[in-house]
Unconditional design. Sequence first.
Length: 505
Amino acid sequence: MRSFNPRLPMALVVAIICFFGAAPAFAGLEDRKWIEVKTKNFRVISALNERKSVELARHLELFRVAVAHLTNVRSTDSPIPTKIYVVRGNLKRFGLDPNAAGMFLPGLRYNTMVVRDSVGIQETSIILHEYVHFLTRNQTSLHYPMWFDEGFAEYLSGARVHREYFEIGRPPEHRMANLNYSWWIHMRKILAPDGYEDWSRERKSMFYAEAWALVHYLQGQPDRRASFSRSMAAYIERVESGHDDVEAFEAAFGISVSELNKSVRRYLNKGKFRYFQYESAQLLPVFTPEVTRLSKARVSLALAQLALRGGELDEAERWFRLAVADEQTRPRATAGLGDVFKFRDEFEDAQPLFEEAVRLAPDDAYCQLDIAEYWYARLRNAEDHSERELYLARAQEYLVAAWKLDDSSPETYAMLGATLLEEGRHYDRAIEMLEAARDLLKSDLSVRLMLAKAYAGADRPADAIDAAQSVLAWSHSESDAAKEAREVLEELTGDTADGSEAASS
């Protein structure tokens, strides 16, 4: 049964939403005291007290600056904002892993971090691990080998604040447990983890632990540290020119894989791990966060957006209905309700909500983007040619409006590229838009996947292959993006991703 009749006048629709949203059946998360801590790069939405919430924001800013000190990343300023939710209880109501201590969800509009309020950021290294990927991939076009990509992220993600110091390089307890109690994998398999997607969970955990150990070993040797960057550059150049991974490593680093296997194990057995200490006050001399007490409507909007991100549409709808009752949150909450119905494929119910959001906030680029993505969804679901042409025109109309309001959004360029791909003929224009999105947000795999398809359509196979391979290099083997990238490669080369000949049709 639908929640309201979409044929009613819009003013009455909003009034009904406000009425029902004003009286929830039970007290929920939105009734607790929440604060927002805003810094240049982060927005912490937290049910913790102010001191703990500010500490978490400071830890993230310290980490961001420390990454720049330890890497060749030119800038760690984020091209999109990052929201951090500190939530209480089971994450399942947000569509997230109920057993997770924390999660990092990348996006085109903003990144989302989720942390349980029972743990600190230091205990949720998985978040910092994924954030390292985000920072480094937005600064380079290099496709690092998996052992270094994951090992270096593990190396940095163990950062912690200890008294007045910020420390990086201490061994993570959960990885040391793997190294102490799991079966050792020869370094040959770490350098070239063939068939990784079929490895057991325990074996994959051991891969991460040994990748961390290998990076720590290479970083921790004074005689090797000075030449590490040169060796890595030579190694990557050899791999990209077609050399075997193991042979390329041996030539670039001047050590056989058999000796490397022994040396890393000896290094671990000694238990003397070098780490870096920075005085927090020198690393981040100025830290002046903006702290705000959140109204119930703003909390409801934030929780609704998180639930929507996790696909929990019923929870999202309940919180959006609460947020739509407040004048300040009404435009975004109304568009959010439209998204709920859109994702249920109830397009007729969704349309007046998106239109109302644009009417309420005509200068809000996100409201323009939301209605554009609604029309794009209609386009993807339509089979009639005339309907598709209409929906395409509507989507592009609102995307242009969004671009005029904010020409720095990677999401706008990505969606313009996506609509041009749907036309199936304007590949050069699609490439122009998608390359603009990629240049703004290099880390996003959806953009790279669309670029691979656009290059293929424009008869640029070398560029298409490179884009598809970048998706494989930066995604988990089991992801949908990786599967689509393999399909693109098979169509272009006739080979599967592992080099075997694809089956003929």
